[in-house]
Design a protein around this ligand. Structure first.
Ligand code: FE2
Length: 250
């Protein structure tokens, strides 16, 4: 199995190349528009091919490279079911499995940061049937959580985020590694650790926002968030349209 993390320090974005090298099938999670060439080169040097491209949600903080990477590689472009975009994609449905050779990806629907958001639970079937790690996008971050206030309906989204994290993610086994969509330096959460990964067990015990009384989650969250950067709205619109080639309206 391959797992490689790509960090863009300016925006605190994390993306990942992962999958099966023995059967030559890899995926990229939350690709950044500025790194498309690097994912392709990294896959080639690992002796594998990118067959699946995943966006965990429609991003507002950086330009997604998902459409372009899927076009360049011929990979399937996957976004959560219901993602409000203007191009075609293969929907990620809750509890569905996506197979990359010996690597299996279980979709976990996790609304909250946005209504359409998916986390990806990954198993290396050559090691065993237990899952090994989870890509959490902008739900569970290291030490904190993703912001639910970018698209209106802040109260409903925050409540959904808490449910998704407590009921869908923190119920996973302790040993599961957490690989989020953002690291320290991002405006997508308050006080994100600069350690780029964690585990479910550690976050269950020590995540600042999830500890304390359950009813206080939303208050703690809104007290910590500063207003989102002004460019988020236009970046989000651009990502909803995708590349020219993928757009139904171009
Ligand atoms: Fe996001």
């Amino acid at each position: 199995m391959i797992l490689r993390r790509f960090i863009v320090p300016e925006t605190g974005c994390a993306s990942y190349l992962f999958g099966c090298t023995s059967k030559g099938a890899a995926g990229v999670v939350d690709p950044h528009a500025g790194l498309v060439e690097e994912y392709i080169e990294a896959a080639a040097s690992a002796g594998t091919r990118i067959t699946e491209v995943f966006d965990t949600h429609v991003h507002a903080d950086h330009r997604s490279g998902a459409s372009e990477l899927a076009l360049r590689t011929g990979a399937r472009l996957r976004l959560p079911e219901g993602a409000p975009v203007e191009f075609d994609f293969v929907p990620l449905r809750d509890a569905e499995d996506v197979v990359l050779g010996n690597t299996r990806v279980r979709v976990i629907s996790t609304p909250g940061h946005t209504w359409a958001h998916a986390c990806l639970l990954v198993t290396d079937t050559t090691r065993g049937e237990d899952p090994w790690f989870v890509f959490t996008g902008d739900t569970l971050l290291v030490g904190t959580v993703g912001r639910p206030d970018l698209h209106g309906q802040e109260g409903e989204l925050a409540a959904a985020l808490e449910r998704s994290i407590r009921e869908r993610l923190l119920t996973l086994p302790d040993w599961i590694e957490v690989h989020p969509g953002h690291v320290g330096g991002s405006a997508c959460g308050a006080g994100i650790s600069s350690n780029p990964s964690s585990t479910i067990g550690f976050e269950r015990r020590h995540n600042r926002l999830l500890n304390g009384d359950e009813g206080g989650f939303i208050n703690r969250l809104s007290a910590e968030l500063s207003p989102p950067p002004s460019e988020f709205a236009s970046i989000y619109d651009e990502n909803r349209r995708g590349t020219r080639e993928h757009s139904r309206t171009s």
